[in-house]
Design a protein around this ligand. Sequence first.
Ligand code: NAP
Length: 326
Amino acid sequence: MLKLGVIGTSWIARSFIDAAHMTEKFQFSAVYSRRLESAEQFSADFKDIQKFDNLDDFFKASLDIIYIASPNALHFEQAKAAILAGHNVIVEKPAFSNPKELTQIIKLAKENEVFFFEAARNIHEHSFSIIKDFLADKTVKGADFTYSKYSSKMPALLNGEIPNKFNAKFSGGLLADLGVYLLYAAIFWFGKPQKATYDAVLLPSGVDLAGVGILDYQDYKVSIKCAGNVNSYLPSEIYTTDGTLILDGVNAITSAKFITMDGSETRIDIEAPKHSLYDEAVDFAQILENNDFAASYDLHQFAQEVSETSYQMRQSAGIVFDADNK
Ligand SMILES: NC(=O)c1ccc[n+]([C@@H]2O[C@H](COP(=O)([O-])OP(=O)(O)OC[C@H]3O[C@@H](n4cnc5c(N)ncnc54)[C@H](OP(=O)(O)O)[C@@H]3O)[C@@H](O)[C@H]2O)c1
C-alpha cells in the first residue's frame, strides 16, 4: 500500500482519497491543514491518520506520495518543499501558475529522483485513449470544446468577496479552473497548437469569469469556451474529413457517437469512469509501483505543452497572476 499524505481539506481532497482507496493501492495516512481542528474533522472517518498544522513536520512523516490540493498559487512552494524533503507529489490541476514554475519543479523532481504528477484527471480516463485510437486513421479538420458550470463560489463573488478561484493572487480564473480540461483534451488528441489566443470576460480582480479561446493548428482551428457564471449543456465535437465525432463533454465522458458525411451513425463504446479521479489514481499507482520514470517524463512533457499554451492564452487576454511577477 502506498502511504498517502494530503495537503488541503476541501471536498476535492476527500474525493481523491475516496478514489485512491477504490484502487486498493493507496492508504490515506496523513493530512496537513492550517488548523489542527480542520485536520481532525477531515480525517474523522478514517483510522490512524497523522494530523499536522505545520508543513515542515508533515514533510518529515513517512509517506510514499503527497497529494497537494491547495489553491493553485500555493502549489509551487508546497511541491518544492515536498520534493526537497524526498517525497513524490501529485499536484492538483493546474499544477502551477506558469511554465516557469512547472519547469523548475520538473527539474527538481528529476534531480531528487522523485515522481511529480499533475492531476490532469481527464487524460487518464480510458475513453481518452479510445478516442485517440478512433481518430488515428482520420484527418482532423477542427473541434469545438466547451465546459461551463455555475460555480459554487458565485454567490460569494456576487456578494463582493473574492474567492480563491476568482483571485489573481491565487492564480485563479476560468481558464485555470475549467478551461484547462479543454486544453488537456485538445493537446492529448491533437498535440500542441502552433498558437493560442483567448478573449475573456475579466473580473475586477484581473482574472477571467468566462472566455473563448482559439487553438491554431496548421490546417484547422479548435475553439474552446469556458465560464463559471452559467451552465452549458452543449456537447463537444471533433470534425474530420470522414464525419463528426460527438462527445457529451471532454471530461468524465459517458457517450460518444460518430456521424459520417452520409448521416449514418455509429456509437463508440465508452465506459464512464468509476469515479472521476479513479483512472488517474490507477495510473499514478502503476507508475510508482513500476518505478517508471519514463512514463512520468512523458506526462511532464504533456504538462509543459499545456502550461505553455495556457500561459500564451492568458497573455493574449491580459491576465496576469501575482505569481508571474515573482
Ligand atoms: N480535479 C478536480 O476535479 C478538481 C476539482 C476542484 C478543484 N481542483 C483543484 O484543487 C485545488 C484546490 O481547489 P479548491 O477549490 O478545493 O480550493 P480551496 O477550497 O480554495 O482551498 C483548498 C484547501 O486549501 C487550503 N487553503 C484555502 N485557502 C488557503 C489560503 N489562503 N492559504 C493557505 N491554504 C489555503 C484549505 O485547507 P486548510 O484550511 O485545511 O488549510 C482548503 O481546504 C485547486 O488546484 C483546484 O484547481 C481540482
